[in-house]
Ligand binder design. Structure first.
Ligand code: H79
Length: 423
């Protein structure tokens, strides 16, 4: 079976009546993949599994009995919800999305409709979704839930486990009615305000089942934003492909979800961390195209965030804290999709992010319909010469790169900056 089957329709409903302001202002968020698979960390039965570790149950064809056995020693004594929420704040993130249940079927919350939960199957016994929700509330972060609505490898009626169960005998509606919908209801009713819900791999789900899910979400949380992976074009915001940044600005609400290395869940085998420079460049790319950047960390089985991952996020946040105004609450300003520079806008200002310094210290931008008033580096307020000629708007930069990661130049216009379309 091809992977295409997992994704389905990715368009969204553009006539949202929900409150979307917080979401369009937020720009940067924390995704957390954490579960029993974090304990396997890329290894099962003497074999290494490079790549996405949250799939280890399927990739190693672990049966449900052996997989459940691992819960008996899942005891995340280093887990500190406040510290994780604080890390998100320090990184400059505005909401947080946690894997309440991934494809392995294990609930990281106290579910009444399953025994396969952190509260019943582990010695830890505490509800970590609850702890994170409270921590987010305390720190002023919006809170979101990841829930794998189709794939559930622990249930014979869930989708995806074809090594232990016979897919032809699966009653998917029964799984939906008895596990997915009740668990989603629990999450929507017991965990305060849920800002957004991230469904995944719509795959085989039928339209009337998607409607059931959507109605369930909206009955209990009318303002909860639903991602496009609910399927059938019934989501409120587009989730692009995993780790995908679009080449052009997109209409409507959208999000790029990105991993810190090459796995979502923690793996011992993967130390391919994106540096703060790479993260900031990708954030700029996403925000300049009008999207949100949902950046993933994979805590270890003991609940701690890998030190290097946390350190890099704090460095990222340090840079962002200098240029907040150029990021949060802005709108995209498309300058032709250059990799060296990109821009956002607010009011009569363009915020220009220069990622690579031009060789001749001269930056040619498209012409604008309105006049430029002045340009200056955002941090030092130091003036930058701006002029226009027949071809372009020209910025004359100092010889040296201003900010090693990305320099931010504010250009003020007469009115709202608008790139001229006439040639
Ligand atoms: O939660 C994260 C991923 O686990 C999930 N989406 C993000 C947010 C996801 N679900 N499905 N996929 C990603 C596609 C996965 C495809 C693959 Fe594989 C899994 C490629 C390699 C491992 C399946 C198993 C195909 C080859 C081996």
């Amino acid at each position: 079976k091809g992977m295409d089957e997992l994704w389905g329709e990715q368009t969204i409903n553009k006539n949202i009546t929900k409150n979307t302001d917080w979401y369009t202002e937020a720009k940067f968020a924390m995704f957390i993949h954490w579960g029993l698979y974090s304990k396997m960390a890329g290894e099962w039965d003497g074999q290494h599994y490079f790549g996405i570790n949250e799939w280890i149950m399927k990739r190693a064809k672990i049966n449900t009995k052996d997989y459940k056995e691992t819960a008996k020693t899942f005891n995340p004594s280093q887990f500190d919800a406040d510290a994780i929420a604080q890390l998100a704040v320090d990184a400059g993130m505005k909401y947080l999305v946690i894997t309440a249940k991934h494809h392995d079927g294990f609930a990281m919350f106290d579910s009444k409709v399953s025994d396969f939960t952190i509260t019943k199957a582990t010695p830890y016994k505490k509800d970590v979704v609850k702890a994170l929700q409270k921590a987010c509330k305390k720190k002023g972060l919006k809170f979101g839930i990841y829930y794998s609505q189709t794939q559930d490898w622990f249930e014979k009626n869930g989708y995806g486990n074809n090594w232990e169960f016979n897919p032809d005998e699966a009653d998917f509606q029964k799984y939906l009615t008895e596990k997915a919908l009740p668990q989603i209801k629990e999450l929507l009713t017991g965990y305060g305000e849920i800002g957004c819900i991230f469904f995944d791999t719509p795959g085989p789900i039928r339209e009337e089942q998607v409607v059931q899910l959507k109605e369930m979400v909206e009955k209990y949380q009318p303002n909860c934003l639903i991602n496009s992976r609910i399927g059938q074009g019934l989501g409120d915001f587009t989730t692009l492909g995993d780790n995908e940044i679009p080449s052009m600005p997109l209409d409507g609400l959208w999000e790029t979800c990105d991993t810190h290395n090459n796995t979502w869940a923690y793996s011992n085998l993967d130390f391919n961390w994106k540096t703060q420079d790479e993260i900031i460049h990708r954030l700029i790319d996403v925000v300049s195209k009008g999207g949100n950047y949902l950046f993933n960390i994979g805590p270890k089985a003991d609940g701690s965030v890998p030190d290097v991952s946390a350190m890099i996020l704090r460095e990222t946040g340090h840079w962002i804290s200098k240029y907040k105004e150029a990021i949060y609450g802005t709108q995209p300003l498309y300058l032709g999709g250059q990799t060296q520079f990109a821009a956002t806008q607010k009011g009569n200002k363009m915020y220009l992010f220069v990622k690579e310094w031009p060789e001749n210290y001269t930056l040619n931008l498209p012409k604008f319909e309105n006049k430029t008033l002045k340009a200056y580096f955002m941090d030092s307020q130091k003036e930058v010469n701006v002029s226009t000629n027949e071809l372009s708007t020209v910025l004359t930069l100092p010889l040296m790169k201003h900010d090693a990661i990305a320099s931010v130049i504010v250009v003020e216009f007469e009115g709202t900056p608008k790139v001229s379309t006439d040639k």
